[in-house]
Every structure is written in C-alpha cells, then in structure tokens.
Design a protein around this ligand. Structure first.
Ligand code: ZN
Ligand code: ZN
Length: 413
C-alpha cells in the first residue's frame, strides 16, 4: 500500500457528507465576488480539521503544518455564473442575485466550481485525518471570482504571499466534458491567455449630407475591423495559435448623423506570451495607423479588461504527477490537449514563484455529448466525479508530501 492508498481508504467514510455538501452548494450558488456563504462553510470545516484559517481577498486559505517537508498548495474556485439553471436536477438552483448592472438574474454553478470546492474540502479532510501518512505543509486555497478574472489577483493584493509559506508546487483542476472517472492532462500550455480590449476611436461629427465636414468613425472602424484580420492571417507564424475577434462595433444613432466616435470590443486568445505581446502590439499599431490615415482628431484609447494569464503546466511537475495518476488511475487517463478557455489560477503560483499543474476531471456519462461549461444544462454526475476529483488532489499532493518521496528541489532541478 502506498500512502495515497492509505489516505484514500477514508474515501468511503467521507462520501456521505461530500455528496450532501455538493448538492447543498449546487443549490446555493453565489456570483463572483459574493461568495460569502461558500467561503464561510469552507472556513468552518477547515477550522474543525485543525487547519490555520486565513480570510483574505474574499477567499479562504487553510494551512495544515505537519512537520518538515515540502509545501503543496491546492486551489479551488468558488464562484457561480449568471445562468438560469435548466438541468431539472432535484438539487437544481432556483437562486437569483443582483448582477453588477443592478438586474436580477438566475444563477447557477454552470461551470462546476461546486465540484472543485467539494473535492478540495474532501482532500483536506482526508489529509488532516491521516496526517501520520505524510509530512510537510498542505495549503487548501478557496478562491473567489474566477469568472471575472479578479479573484486570484484580489487574494494576492490582500497579502496572500505574506500569510502562507511559499509553496513548492501548486495544483488546480476543472470539471470538464470528459467521461466521469477520467482525468485529462496536458504538459505545457493547457488554457489560453485571454484579453478583452475596449478601443475608442475618434472622428468629427457632421450632418449625414455633409461628409466633407466630417471624419467618419464608422468608415474608420470598418477599416480597422478588416485590417485586424491580417494579424492572424499575415503576421502570425503558421502553426502558432492566436484568435482576434471583434465582438462588438458600435457608432452612431441615426442615418443622417455622422457620429464623433466608435467603440470596438476585441477578444484575444493566445497560448504563448511572445505571440500574445506580438498580437496586442499589432492591434495597437494598426488602430493607430488607421486613425492617422483617417485624419482622426484625437489619439485612440485602449482599455484592457477581463485579462486572463496563460495557464502553462510545468513540464517536470506535470510529468511527475501524471505518472502518479497513471499508477493510481490506470486506464482512466486521457490526453486533454489544449483548451481554448482561460483561467486566472496561474496568477497565484506565478506571483509566488511556484511551478504548477492544472488538469481536467471528467464529469459525464460515457457515450453522451456533455453540455459545455457555462451551459444552463451543465450537470456533472455526482459520482464518480466527486471521488475522482478528491482522489486526484490527494494523489498529486502526496506525490510531494508522502514519506520517502523525493524533495521538490530534486524533482524540478
Ligand atoms: Zn467558467
Ligand atoms: Zn470554471
């Protein structure tokens, strides 16, 4: 028996509360930045199990110090989405909340963050209950506001680095449309960097019949939209991944008025920091040049928002944990490949100088077409999803914490 087998012998005994906790959390979702009930229940349980509990940036961190050894951080995100649930599950959410614009919206755990919270709490209890099986420090971090790309930053700005020991390795997972019971892994880039940009370009307003007195921002914006297409088609090396989408282009109110400005909303996805810098710089260059060509009276403005960092798994950590997964979950490993969605998890290990590994957990019946994350029909199977996600965190953590394991410094040298 390995230490992981010994610790996971407790899986059966904890299954009841984990499933109850999950269904309760699913029925009580909270929007990004409003996760007070979820955070309180995480803090309460961590305290009961002997963790030192910190509340910061809207999140919760539990630190379980258990002698000399490596420090392992596992992170779960807590927030739900403004999506009205249509799953028909007996524990489906009927909750509503007030969004940023003041509107009442139906909310649900349509991204499965309730799975992540439950699995991390489950792993925390198993490790606390069987601490004679390992040594070192286990850090369980419950993060708010992943969906708005702001929660990881909020915890860092509230002093996370000063409140916890520096982790040697960090882990996070996401429930995805894979078969329940499976784990999907990728070495290297796994989730794209995401940038949204609000660009305002300025013209000169005029009567629609007097274009010679105007600088027309509609024509300027149209030229920009067309020219931006050349960034991926003509400037990005074939085989390198980049997406540049103009999701919104708004100017003017009436057919006979030439407006004085246009606003474009862009979304950019990349897997490589160099390509990301190249694409963002090309966008600014093209917009500026088109404004010059149009005799724009005022420089354009660029407002970056909803920015997600690249999630790129450390090769050595990913290979090491994948081997541990293969030993523990034989025949249940799949290649995750690259996911075009984005995550803010990596801000935390990047800020702490910690290598990390982020993997996918399956949540759906074999042979079915799973609804995508964020769908109102997103409904992971309770089991084996919860047991798999809980076990994966325990197996990964114990690969660095169990007696007799290589120190981290050797593993990542
Ligand atoms: Zn999501
Ligand atoms: Zn998510």
């Amino acid at each position: 028996m390995t230490s992981a087998d010994d610790v996971l012998a407790g899986l059966h005994d904890t299954r009841g509360w984990r499933e109850d906790f999950y269904r309760d959390l699913h029925a009580h979702p909270e929007l990004s930045g409003q996760e007070s009930r979820t955070a309180a229940s995480c803090a309460e349980r961590l305290g009961e199990w002997g963790f030192e509990v910190h509340r910061l940036g809207g999140g919760v961190v539990g630190v379980l110090s258990n002698g000399q050894g490596s420090t392992v951080l596992c992170r779960a995100d807590m927030d739900a989405l403004p999506v009205k649930e249509l799953t028909g599950l007996p524990y489906a959410s009927t909750a509503t909340a007030t969004d940023e614009g003041g509107a009442t919206v139906g909310i649900s755990h349509a991204c499965g963050h309730d799975v992540h919270v439950t699995c991390l709490l489950g792993a925390a209890q198993l490790l606390a209950d069987r601490r004679e099986q390992w040594h070192g420090t286990f850090v369980a971090l419950f993060q708010p506001a992943e969906e708005t790309a702001s929660g990881a930053r909020a915890m860092l700005e509230d002093g996370l680095a000063q409140r916890i020991p520096r982790p040697d390795v960090a882990f996070a997972q996401h429930v995805l449309g894979l078969e329940a019971g499976t784990i999907g892994t990728t070495i290297g880039p796994v989730m794209s960097a995401g940038d949204s940009i609000r660009i305002t370009v300025f013209g000169q307003g005029s009567h629609g019949s007097m274009p010679h007195l105007s600088v027309d921002p509609v024509v300027l914006a149209a030229s920009i939209v067309i020219r931006l297409q050349t960034i991926v088609a003509r400037e990005t090396k074939p085989g390198k991944f980049a997406v540049v989408t103009v999701g919104s282009s708004v100017a003017g109110t009436k057919s006979n008025i030439i407006a004085d400005r246009a606003v474009l909303l862009l979304n950019v996805r990349t897997y490589d920091d160099d390509i990301r810098r190249q694409v963002l710089s090309a966008i600014e260059r093209i917009v500026q040049a088109e404004c010059d060509a149009a005799r724009s009276p005022q420089p354009p403005t660029f407002e970056y928002y909803d920015q997600y960092p690249l999630t790129s798994n450390d090769a050595a950590v990913a290979a090491r944990v994948r081997s541990a997964f293969q030993r523990h979950f034989p025949d249940h490993m799949v290649d995750l490949g690259r996911v075009t969605a984005s995550e803010d998890f990596s801000r935390i290990p990047d800020a702490l100088g910690t290598p990390y590994f982020y993997w996918g957990v399956g949540g759906f019946a074999p042979g079915t077409t799973a609804p995508p994350n964020h769908s109102p029909y997103f409904a992971p199977l309770v089991q084996p999803t919860l047991d798999t996600g809980t076990s994966a965190l325990v197996v990964a953590a114990l690969d660095y914490l169990a007696h007799g394991r290589d120190p981290v410094a050797v593993a990542i040298a």
